[in-house]
Design a protein around this ligand. Structure first.
Ligand SMILES: *[C@@H]1O[C@H](CO)[C@@H](O)[C@H](O)[C@H]1NC(C)=O
Ligand SMILES: *[C@@H]1O[C@H](CO)[C@@H](O)[C@H](O)[C@H]1NC(C)=O
Length: 460
């Protein structure tokens, strides 16, 4: 008998409490929305200033969303969308326009590819590039040979090699370049020279210790120097080619969200990669000199792929085309020399593995084979500058069964044009220890230049 009244009184008091709380909740809710609104407007206001996106700089260039997200649509569609989009943006909007574009893609695509340049905006790029060479300055956090982690922080003496060579080449080339300034007051950007690939091999750190190392590194530079704090890292950058880089920043969220990440695994599907802020480091297997034969007429095979079966895309590729007489898709290592296949095929397939990136795009370009990119969400190297439709074929993974049709639909003239353009962009996919104009190093620098902060906070 006692329980019932106490229960109901409790209940009553709960209701009372609820009623009493209601206005507070409303107030909390509305301030929450107000905060969201403010945050949204502020972030919209600052992001373009802190990291000018290519579309801000290239006002006349095609809409950058289309350039930066090539994978979900087939390249022809992108080509025609660009054609429609260039003069005015509103023509893209209607679905009818897209339908029409699809219908006429064949002819428009052909006509377009004839006058397609390898650059989106050649004159603007050349002018801007010269300006970058004249004025861009980088401050590198200084470390000496006596530093306990000199092996991780200083450039390697030997010629970089292997799959992740891009990371060491970048550092080596930067230190040998005119971009270095000893005076932080003149710097546009600050380079944090830790190497993810070397940390991985350092027994004191290893894969498991990388996150802690990066956190401590940021703590150290932000205490010792005033530069990190004034922008919260927005004018700082690092480079990483190994895929462990994707989790390396988990204990240093400011690096992930503010700093510029120059990484090989540049997939805008990854939460740690922010496409307008970060940029792609092309993964390139280093090769000296030029290969023997690049003529397109001697390429008898339609397409070629070989590699480990470590993704759904690759498995589907081999399942679909494994026995085909024209598309050569091979699981695992080849018995014949890899170079012969790249020189003997018209198209070379870059199919995503664990990550969107592999050295295959660089390999095909080096051997004059037109790359076919099957890696959805890959923020392709130098996509702000290079017109990938002019020298490659980008295919959505769901279109793997249509691969043969897509490739056979490309006429001999069109193929010739793609092939010639591959040879034109080769210089952009090559590293040198001492940088050479327009090589991979200068192109990455250009991407950084596009992302340099335009706000400078003055020090006291
Ligand atoms: C930067 O900010 C951190 C955290 O607020 C602080 O501990 C540190 O002393 C600051 N660095 C400088 C150089 O003032
Ligand atoms: C290729 O052909 C062989 C022999 O006819 C067959 O056993 C195999 O399953 C086929 N593979 C594919 C991927 O179709």
């Amino acid at each position: 008998m006692d329980r019932l009244p106490s229960y109901s009184s409790q209940r009553g008091s709960q209701t009372g409490l609820f009623l009493k709380l209601k206005p507070t909740w409303l107030a909390l809710l509305s301030s929450y929305f107000f905060f969201l609104f403010c945050f949204y407007s502020i972030s919209n206001f600052f992001i373009p200033l802190l990291h000018p996106t290519p579309s801000d700089l290239f006002l006349e260039s095609p809409p950058s969303e289309l350039l930066r997200h090539p994978s979900p649509t087939t390249p022809r569609l992108i080509q025609t969308l660009h054609t429609n989009a260039s003069p005015s943006l509103n023509s893209v909007a209607s679905e009818e326009a897209v339908g029409e574009a699809l219908k006429s893609q064949r002819t428009t695509g052909e006509r377009e590819s004839e006058k397609k340049d390898v650059y989106h905006e050649r004159d603007m790029f050349m002018e801007d590039y010269e300006e970058m060479k004249r004025s861009f300055k980088i401050y590198v956090y200084p470390h000496s040979k006596d530093d306990a982690f000199a092996n991780v922080l200083l450039p390697a003496n030997e010629e970089p090699g292997g799959n992740y060579a891009s990371e060491s080449y970048f550092k080596k080339a930067l230190m040998n370049s005119q971009f270095i300034t000893p005076d932080p007051a003149n710097a546009d950007l600050f380079f944090m020279p830790f190497s993810i690939a070397s940390l991985r091999h350092d027994r004191r750190v290893g894969v498991g210790g990388i996150k802690g190392f990066v956190r401590d590194y940021i703590r150290e530079i932000s205490h010792k120097y005033p530069y990190w704090n004034r922008s919260d890292g927005a004018d700082h950058f690092y480079v990483a080619c190994h895929s462990v880089g994707r989790t390396a920043m988990e204990k240093a969220p400011q690096v992930k969200f503010n700093a510029i990440q120059v990484v090989c695994s540049s997939s805008y599907f990854l939460t740690g990669y922010i496409a307008h802020k970060d940029t792609c480091l092309p993964q390139i297997w280093p090769r000296q000199g030029n290969p023997p034969n690049l003529a397109s007429s001697d390429r008898k095979k339609l397409a070629f792929f070989a590699g480990g079966m470590n993704s759904r895309e690759r498995k589907q590729l081999v399942r679909t085309w494994g026995n085909d007489s024209e598309i050569f898709a091979h699981a695992g290592r080849l018995k014949t020399p890899y170079a012969d296949e790249l020189l003997g095929s018209k198209f070379c397939l870059h199919a995503k593995g664990y990550e969107v990136n592999t050295a295959r795009i660089g390999d095909s370009i080096y051997y004059g084979c037109v790359p076919v990119v099957v890696a959805d969400y890959y923020d392709l190297p130098f996509a702000d500058v290079l017109n990938w439709n002019s020298f490659s074929v980008v295919v959505n993974a769901i279109d793997i069964p249509l691969l043969k049709k897509v490739l056979k639909d490309i006429s001999t003239e069109e193929y010739q044009k793609l092939h010639n353009n591959v040879l034109k962009v080769r210089k952009h996919f090559k590293w040198h220890s001492s940088p050479v104009d327009f090589d991979a190093f200068y192109m990455v620098m250009y991407e950084l230049w596009l992302r340099r902060s335009s706000i400078k906070f003055s020090l006291l």
